[in-house]
Write a protein that binds this ligand. Structure first.
Ligand SMILES: NC(=O)c1ccc[n+]([C@@H]2O[C@H](COP(=O)([O-])OP(=O)(O)OC[C@H]3O[C@@H](n4cnc5c(N)ncnc54)[C@H](OP(=O)(O)O)[C@@H]3O)[C@@H](O)[C@H]2O)c1
Length: 401
């Protein structure tokens, strides 16, 4: 594919977009990778270019201008986008990529929107050769690649896939940006006005095309997990990550098995303290969902939460981290269960997310991938390549324990 650029970063003026620009400048600034920044406001883009001391070209395109988006994606092999909420601003860009055969990666966690994009553009993306990969940040790379990594190990060692994988968030420190809050609120608003969206969000196999397996609704209460000797509460991103992992199984030709089951939770501890912590997580997430479903409460929350463009401080990003443990259950012999830990060296939602997204874009631009055009998950399109790239370049490690 001959294009003017390898990568265009669209949304370079936003909170996460700026972190991606900083990472690209630091790691790929002087190399042979050609990249550019794009946004809806050239003078804001100039400010970002000056801030990070880069001299890459600047391009203007508004989400509401399909012609400008078509011209933008025709210039590049890969477009990396942080322009969200994606359901509000992302559809025309995906359409343009599918039409022009441009590879694409993003940070969306909006399951109903991904569902719509897959069903609308899958055929065209297959024909044009565009590899479209959603969820290339904290949701859902640690989950998706963590399972891919463990299943590969289980297959190589015991010649069988694990029948179940459990993901347990063990420790993390980080914050929220205004863009993420805006996306979450927008999803609530859309679900309220359209009951079909609510059904899609609740469907454990919302992103699968044909396959449906044994998993039911996400855990929203606490429970005791013997595999971790700990109480477990709900995990805030489970409703996104579990759908992505289940889609990966289908896209990998059921490499994880027909009856494969996957769930996510947050580890608290053993004993009474752990029980109370896990129960509080369950109650907290139910209360938060109920509050955010009410329009006046949503408006009130938006008044004191970060606004679009705002987010955690540099210090919070640098001091942040995450640690997740996963166990893959052998189908018949628990002594053959396999465990792994996934760690990140920056705050999950922004510092580590920006690095994972940037490496996904570089991978789509430069690596020798075996898959053709279509809507892929991170693991199904780039599993082996990202397992190579992320530990050394992005500080996200996958280790057997
Ligand atoms: N999955 C994850 O792990 C993860 C982590 C972080 C963020 N996210 C998601 O990433 C998205 C961005 O978050 P953020 O905090 O970086 O948001 P943000 O700071 O609000 O940035 C949004 C970007 O979109 C641009 N934009 C808005 N309207 C546009 C339009 N009509 N045309 C072109 N560009 C437009 C903004 O441009 P201006 O600067 O000109 O306003 C800005 O560059 C959100 O959807 C968030 O949920 C996901």
């Amino acid at each position: 594919m001959q294009r003017e650029f390898d990568i265009i970063i669209w949304g370079a003026t936003g909170f996460t977009g700026k972190l991606v620009v900083e990472y690209m400048q630091r790691n790929y600034g002087g190399g042979n990778l050609t990249w550019a920044m794009a946004g809806r406001n050239i003078s804001k883009l100039t400010g970002v270019r000056d801030l990070y001391g880069t001299n890459v070209p600047l391009l203007e395109a508004n989400a509401l201008d399909p012609q400008a988006l078509g011209e933008l994606v025709a210039k590049t092999k890969v477009i990396l986008t942080t322009v969200g909420p994606y359901a509000r601003y992302g559809s025309e860009l995906v359409a343009a990529c599918a039409a022009h055969g441009t590879h694409y990666c993003d940070l969306t966690g909006e399951v109903h929107w991904m569902h719509k994009m897959i069903h609308t553009h899958q055929e065209q993306a297959r024909e044009s050769g565009a590899r479209i990969v959603h969820t290339c940040g904290f949701d859902s790379i640690p989950s998706d690649l963590g399972v891919f990594f463990l299943q590969k190990h289980m297959q190589q060692t015991y010649n069988t896939p694990a029948r179940e994988v459990k993901y347990r968030a063990k420790a993390f420190k980080g914050g929220f940006s205004g863009g993420t809050i805006d996306s979450m609120m927008a999803m609530m608003e859309q679900a309220k006005t359209d009951p079909a969206i609510k059904d899609i969000i609740a469907d454990p196999y919302a992103l699968n095309e044909k396959y449906r397996g044994p998993d039911g609704l996400d855990h929203n209460r606490h429970y005791y997990d013997n595999d971790f000797k700990s109480w477990v509460g709900p995990f805030v991103m489970a409703a996104i990550n579990t759908r992505v992992v289940r889609r990966s199984n289908e896209l990998l030709n059921m490499a994880y098995g027909q009856g494969f089951s996957y769930n996510e939770g947050t580890l608290t501890q053993d004993g009474f303290g752990g029980l109370m912590g896990a129960a509080a997580l369950g109650m907290g997430s139910s209360a938060m969902n109920s509050l955010a479903a009410l329009e006046p409460a949503r408006k009130l929350m938006q008044n004191f939460l970060p606004k679009p463009g705002e987010g955690p401080s540099q210090e919070q990003i640098d001091n942040g981290f995450f640690e997740i443990e996963l166990v893959a259950k052998h189908p018949t012999d628990s002594s053959k269960d396999v465990r792994a830990v996934v760690k990140g060296d920056k705050d999950p939602g922004y510092g580590s997310t920006a690095k994972m997204l940037a490496e996904s874009a570089v991978c789509l631009a430069q690596d020798d991938l075996t898959v053709g055009g279509g809507f892929w998950t991170p693991a199904s399109a780039m599993g082996d390549q990202l397992l190579e790239r992320l530990p050394g370049n992005a500080g996200v490690t996958f280790t057997l324990i």
